[in-house]
Write a protein of this length. Structure first.
Length: 415
């Protein structure tokens, strides 16, 4: 292998992680422990962990270009009928549709799925070219991926799984952008059927300005070179994937550094995140990346002005920094904004109890589930602060409707 392609292999490892919520840096423990031991540890974690093992009723539907999209439906236990009396037909129950992020898959919602599967009807799906869905046929014909196309994919999934009844839409990162694209193109659907929306670690635009924690000066050069580098890497899949596998330890350290905001993440969870991200081929990474640089759905956000919206951010998220969630709040002043402290991009894995509690709160506000006794999301603390990101002492800053905040306290898990 030439020196240039050796460099490309390392670049492929770095770009693959940056695309999913990671960037640079190797954890010290990865250096001080032998490679063979680390490999055995990864295999042991793969065997022992049950993350991503939850399954529902399987199905597929076709996107507009013929791409087969895979989904699963979790149906809560049915209510037993009263003997001798025919049960009256009830209106359709609300369905919660979960949309995952870039270089992930529906299994990234593992903890939320485990908590909610006996409570609400839920749909989990894999975006095109991710998870168990087919590689995008339009992309095979040379068409670029667009966020608008992802919004139409979501519409196809809704049509197939939930043709009627109320909806609650939940999206992480790219999944949140997908929901915004749905609202932009299908405003009648939002107005008539969507009860609430949760936007988790996502952005409505200006992603081209994100520095991923790197010096701003250096990022200018990276942005100029990255499209060309990605194009080359995407055209040499086998070679780049070999390089990425050869740098597995670096890859794992980078994921941990940039996907999580705390050092005490369960090793099994960290390994689960690795598996999700490393399953995404480099050519898929290359296909999707340009779409984020031109993503702008600020106007589309206004479609959600009249429904409950929960916005969740991590204060150490370097992929969609908390300022992007604050920008969403600025467009939707009635939205609830919660910024989790010591938390990175994969917050639904890093702070599963807090994220699940916030989603449960949204479901209660929309009437999908009964309201629980007043309680805070685990690990959340609101501050007597006027700004959405200032004044928190631990857990999270919670800024509710119209920017009001109240002092609360709760234990912060894992900090």
């Amino acid at each position: 292998m030439s020196e240039n392609w050796r460099k490309a292999g390392w670049a492929g490892a770095a770009i693959g992680v940056i695309a999913a919520g990671a960037a640079a840096g190797v954890a010290v423990e990865r250096i001080t422990v032998g490679r063979g031991i680390r490999r055995k540890a990864r295999l042991a974690l793969d065997a022992a962990g049950d993350y991503g093992s939850l399954r529902g009723a399987e199905g597929t539907c076709r996107a507009e270009d013929g791409t087969e999209l895979y989904y699963e439906i979790d149906e809560p236990p049915g209510e037993p009928g009263r003997r001798g009396r025919p049960r009256r037909k009830k209106p359709p129950a609300a369905t919660v549709v979960f949309c995952h992020g870039y270089c992930l898959g529906q299994d990234s919602w593992h903890f939320q799925r485990a908590a909610l599967r006996d409570t609400v009807r839920s749909v989990y799906w894999d975006q095109r070219s991710h998870g168990r869905s087919m590689r995008g046929l339009a992309q095979a014909d040379g068409e670029p991926v667009t966020i608008e196309q992802l919004g139409r994919d979501l519409k196809a999934v809704i049509d197939a799984t939930t043709p009627e009844g109320p909806l609650v839409l939940v999206g992480h990162s790219m999944g949140g952008m997908t929901i915004m694209a749905l609202a932009e193109q299908f405003p009648d659907l939002v107005r008539e059927r969507v009860l609430g929306v949760a936007l988790v670690g996502t952005s409505s635009g200006r992603l081209s300005e994100v520095t991923y924690g790197l010096p701003a000066v250096g990022m200018g050069a990276v942005r100029r070179l990255l499209p060309g580098v990605l194009k080359v890497l995407g055209s040499q899949v086998e070679l780049v994937e070999r390089g990425r596998r050869a740098t597995a330890d670096l890859f794992a350290g980078m994921i941990k550094q940039y996907s999580f905001g705390s050092r005490d993440v369960d090793p099994g969870v960290a390994r689960f995140a690795e598996r999700l991200i490393e399953a995404t081929p480099i050519d898929v990474v290359a296909e999707f990346y340009p779409a984020f640089q031109i993503h702008d759905k600020t106007v589309a956000l206004r479609r959600f002005s009249d429904i409950p919206v929960t916005v969740i951010a991590g204060d150490r998220d370097m992929i969609t920094p908390p300022e992007h969630s604050v920008a969403i709040k600025d467009v939707l002043p009635a939205a609830e904004l919660v910024i989790l402290e010591h938390t990175g991009h994969l917050m639904m894995l890093e702070r599963p109890e807090a994220v699940t509690a916030l989603l449960s709160g949204l479901l209660a506000r929309t009437g999908v589930v009964p309201a629980a006794p007043a309680a805070d999301a685990p690990g959340a603390v609101s501050a007597e602060a006027s700004g959405a990101t200032s004044g928190a002492t631990s857990g999270a800053t919670n800024v509710g409707a119209h920017g009001r905040s109240t002092a609360r306290s709760a234990a912060h898990p894992g900090s």
